[in-house]
Design a protein around this ligand. Sequence first.
Ligand code: UFG
Length: 333
Amino acid sequence: MSDTDTPAILVIGGAGYIGSHTTLALAAAGYRTVVYDNFSTGHRDVCFGDALVEGDLHDRKKLAQTMRDHDIQAVVHFAALIEAGESVVDPLPFFENNVAGTLKLLGAMQDAGVGRLVFSSTAACYGNQSTGDLLDENLPRDPVNPYGHSKAMVEVVLETLAAAHGLNAIALRYFNASGADPEGRTGERHDPETHLIPLVIDAARGKRANIKIFGTDYDTDDGTCIRDYIHVNDLASGHVAAIDYLLKHNEVGFQAMNLGTGRGNSVREVIDAVRKMAGKDFPVVEEARREGDPAILVADAGRANEILGWQARYSNIDGIVRDAWNFAVKTDQ
Ligand code: UFG
C-alpha cells in the first residue's frame, strides 16, 4: 500500500444515489476513495472521491489500469440499472449492464490482482417468497423480474469465483433504500423517479397532482404493501463495515447479507409521515395493484448485525422522510 498506508477503495458508480453516500462514509472512516462512473445516470456534483475516473463498466482495460494506478485494495460496485418494472419491459440492457458489465469488472480485478469486492445486491433476489416472516439469507434465490435475476446471476458468479480463485466478496442485499444525507450534500435524484417516498414528497410539495396507492386489498393491517425502508446512510455504513471486514479477514469467500431494519411500514404509513412533515394534506388516489409487488418485504438483518457488527441507526420513517424532504427542498426538485 502507498499514501501512508491508507487503503484505497474503488467505488464503481460512485456518482449515484447509494454510491455518493457510501463515498462520503468511506472517507469519514479514513479510506482513500476513487470514484469510477460513466455518468449515464450519476451526477458530477456528488462525486466525493479523492479521485474521479470517468469510464465505463465494460472497459476492462481502463478498470484494471485504474486499480493499478491507485493501488486499489477493494472494490465497491454500485453501477447498475435498477428499475424492476422497466426490466420487465426491456430486459436486455439489464443483463448487458448488470451481468456482462460486472463480468468485465471481475476480469479487471483478476488482471490487477484485486481480490475483495462489495456488491450491490437486492431484496429482489427473494422474489415473492415472503410469508410475512422476516426474510433471511438462507432462503433460495427466486427473483421474479429480470432486474432481480441480473443481481442473482451475479451472486452465483461471485460464489463460483470465490470457490475457484479465492475471491472474497460480500453481496449486500438492500431493502428499500430511502432518505438522504442529513447534511444535504447528496440525496435521491432518479430520472424518472418511481420510488414511493420521493413521489409522495412531490405530491405534498405540489410538484405532482397526487400520489397513487398501488393496491389497497393486500393482506396487511391497512391493506397496503409493507416495505423495510432503510436510510441510505445506514446502507453507506453497511458498506464501510463490509470493507472493514474484507480488509481484516483473508478467507471470507462469498457471503450474502441483508441490509434492512427488521421493521416495515405500509404505503399509508409513509403517506402519513409525509403529511406530518408537510403539515398539510394532498390528494391520494387508490389504484389497482402494481404487477409483481409482494405484500410484505422485511429483512432479517441478523447476519449483517452478527458478522459485520452493523446496526441501522437512521432508519425510522420520520427521520427518513425529514432528510428526503430537506434534500428535495434544497435542490428544489
Ligand atoms: N408505491 C405506490 N405508489 C407509487 C409508487 C410505489 O403505492 O407511486 C408502492 C409500491 O406498490 C410498493 C411500495 O410503494 O408497495 C414501494 O415501492 P417502490 O417502487 O418505492 O419500491 P419497491 O419495493 O417496488 O422496490 C424497491 C427497489 C427495488 C428493490 C426493492 C427491494 O426499487 O430495486 O425495493 O425491496 F429490489
